[in-house]
Design a protein. Structure first.
Length: 280
């Protein structure tokens, strides 16, 4: 067993922070000494380490608590995603340092415009390389060849509407570099399916709480978890713009119809309202 002081020295967080985590039910001590001092075992230390990983990405404590209390919480999967995000963060820091070095040499290469033709072509190439062969074959059959498919893709992606959509995507990721990093390392089909199952579980939980008070923790919990899952899936720092777009998507006629078929009449509008209320 370790004391608060020992934990604080080991993890470089304050005793006050540990006390606060206990008060809000995020990390309770394993036991207390006869004198009333908090004591922590190895399992509690592992939980604290997980919390600190989440905090590294500026995730609010209420979202961390909601996620860690969720029955669908998958520790190993989250660790894999966190590692991927940390690597991306490290690489981005290296690029920023290189950009600063360029500026110091009088070579200003920083670019905040929407994607160039070359970047769009690279995204197309990445998409083709990672696309299942069956779907790739259908696309080639429709366009006649990969080259004709590529030309069509570039034409569509260079349209004004798509450029507006690109600008919104960049807003989700915080920068163009962050999006290109994520686009170059998309999650596997297995991971995507796993996240899809988690979202389904969250939405069903939200439906069960439809009659709860909108300002109650029990009602907000699944929405917070939904936001966190989307943040991890898309590897973004602030999920609010993305979740606001998700809320709007539930009002799309086709999405609304499909959602209502799965979760019941009125589910799509309910999900949209719940998300908008949480991220207002």
């Amino acid at each position: 067993m370790m004391t608060v002081k020992e934990i604080a020295e080991l993890t470089h967080i304050s005793a006050r922070t540990l006390h606060y985590y206990d008060e809000i039910g995020l990390l309770e001590p394993t036991a207390k000494s006869e004198a009333g001092y908090r004591l922590y075992d190895d399992k509690a230390l592992e939980t604290l380490q997980q919390i600190l990983f989440f905090r590294e990405f500026d995730i609010p404590l209420k979202e961390i608590k909601a996620l860690m209390n969720s029955p669908v919480f998958d520790r190993n999967q989250i660790l894999q995603m966190q590692r991927k995000m940390l690597v991306a963060k490290k690489e981005r820091m290296e690029r920023l340092i290189a950009s600063i070095d360029d500026i110091l040499r009088g070579e200003n290469r920083m670019d905040f415009s929407v994607f160039t033709k070359q970047e769009t072509e690279e995204m197309f190439q990445t998409m083709v390389e990672r696309m299942p062969e069956q779907i790739k074959g259908m696309a080639v059959s429709e366009f006649g060849s990969i080259e004709e498919w590529r030309k069509h893709y570039l034409e569509v992606m260079s349209s004004e509407k798509m450029q507006e959509n690109y600008a919104k995507v960049i807003e989700w990721y915080g920068s163009k570099d962050a999006f290109l990093e994520a686009a170059g390392h998309p999650v596997s089909r297995e991971v995507a399916e796993s996240f899809g199952k988690r979202v389904d579980s969250i939405l069903r939980k939200l439906m069960e709480r439809k009659n709860l008070l909108r300002d109650s923790f029990e009602f907000k919990e699944p929405v917070a978890e939904y936001g966190f899952v989307m943040k991890m899936l898309y590897q973004i720092k602030d999920e609010k713009p993305l979740m606001q777009s998700v809320a709007q998507s539930y009002r799309d006629p086709l999405t609304q119809k499909k959602t209502d078929e799965i979760y019941g009449d009125g589910a799509a509008e309910y999900f949209a309202e719940a998300i908008e209320l949480f991220y207002k």
